[in-house]
Design a protein around this ligand. Structure first.
Ligand code: FNR
Length: 373
């Protein structure tokens, strides 16, 4: 069921776009407003030239990430994406099995379309799996946030990832043009009875611009005091996703947060934000060399993974690519896509003279210009 002409993540994307209807394509591919940040994310990685090194000792290499607070078989994780049953009937269950089989860390979305406990049951017994984390949005009421946290803890999730870059839905022009609506059988089943702040306008039957945000919906938007509160109310490590400013990164560090994810939400929230490749170095610089920093946005090739490590990330997450593979070939497709990306990463590692991820530094980047024409 994997099409014979699939050799890269871009091939899964091409097949997925042929299979999904226009509304789902708008939901999955679209960015905020004009989609400029979506494009910028991919182009920024592509535009960084690599500098090979030859004849260096590569025997006994490996792809493991071994840092305080972060142990991974390889530096590729799956980013939280909502409502995976929109593209495949098994949804998050298929994705989770594939991630576990390929040793990829998985961050399950708060807006997953299957119960979080079922995902945890499937994955936790797998010997070769990567970490299993739960992505969280701050709910309008703290007690609702706490309910989710306690469920995730009880289910066996190993860290919480609080997404902080989307207190409101971005201006999703593509979705509105395509008339995207959730079908009746796909729901954020883990949020039943819980309210997200700032989302009411976006969830309405005919979402207009998020009028009314300043008039009340954002009254419960989370602030730094909620981070301190959350730290005090969970025994799990807490990561923040959507940090892009060095001062925000330092504030997170000062509050005892365990790590952060440099992300612009795949270009879906604030259009014309810079690419994450451009934002990552300053964040790494701000928090020092030891603290865990991940990055996502536009990672499509093993060379992109290598470049992310070169700019200071400990690992990367991919978003849309695992959904493309799920749409095309279910769990098998997702597992295959992870394998393709990991193989490409290993090739890039070897060709730049690095035996392990720990050997990757900015020296793998060339100061020459990569011309496109
Ligand atoms: C997302 N993303 C996201 N992030 C999050 O924290 N919670 C969520 O529920 C979702 N949902 C979601 C849906 C869809 C359709 C997309 C494309 C993305 C953002 C996601 O975790 C990640 O930051 C980006 O997708 C990374 O960019 P790439 O890899 O898609 O370019």
């Amino acid at each position: 069921r994997i099409p014979p002409d699939v050799a890269s993540l871009a091939d899964y994307e091409r097949h997925a776009l042929q299979r999904l209807d226009a509304a789902r394509v708008a939901w999955l591919q679209g960015g905020a407003a004009d989609g400029l940040t979506v494009q910028a994310n991919q182009r920024a990685w592509q535009g960084l030239p690599l500098q090979p090194r030859v004849l260096r000792p590569l025997a006994h290499g490996h792809t493991r990430i071994e840092r305080p607070g972060l142990r991974l078989p390889h530096p590729i994780m799956l980013a939280p994406v909502a409502y995976l049953r929109l593209v495949h009937p098994d949804g998050e269950l298929a994705t989770a099995m594939a991630a576990a089989a390929q040793g990829a860390g998985l961050v399950l979305s708060t807006q997953a379309s299957v119960p979080m406990e079922r995902v945890a049951e499937l994955v936790l017994g797998e010997a070769e799996r990567g970490p299993l984390w739960f992505q969280l949005y701050a709910m309008a009421q703290r007690e609702h946030t706490l309910q989710l946290v306690q469920r995730a803890e009880a289910a066996g999730f190993e860290a919480l990832v609080l997404t902080v870059d989307a207190p409101v839905q971005g201006a999703r022009d593509a979705e509105r043009r395509a008339g995207f609506r959730l079908p009746a059988d796909v729901r954020a089943v883990n949020l039943q009875g819980l309210a997200l702040p700032g989302m009411a306008a976006a969830d309405a039957a005919a979402p207009g611009l998020a009028a009314g945000l300043c008039g009340g919906l954002l009254a419960h938007a989370p602030t730094w005091s909620d981070i301190a509160w959350l730290k005090a109310h969970t025994r799990l490590p807490l990561w923040l996703k959507g940090i892009t400013h060095p001062l925000d990164a330092q504030q997170a560090q000062a509050l005892g947060v365990d790590g952060l994810i440099v992300s612009n939400h795949g270009g879906r929230v604030l259009d014309t934000m810079p690419a994450t490749a451009a934002l990552l170095p300053a964040v790494r610089q701000a928090v020092g060399p030891e603290w865990p920093v991940l990055v996502d946005g536009g990672i499509r090739r093993g060379t992109d993974v290598l470049k992310a490590l070169a700019l200071g990330a400990d690992a990367v997450l991919v978003g849309r690519p695992h959904v493309h593979a799920l749409a095309v070939a279910g769990a098998l497709g997702v597992a295959h896509a992870i394998r393709l990306l990991r193989d490409e990463f290993e090739i890039a590692l070897a060709l730049t003279g690095c035996a392990t991820p720990a050997e990757v530094s900015s020296a793998v980047l060339s100061s020459a210009v990569l011309t496109s024409a």
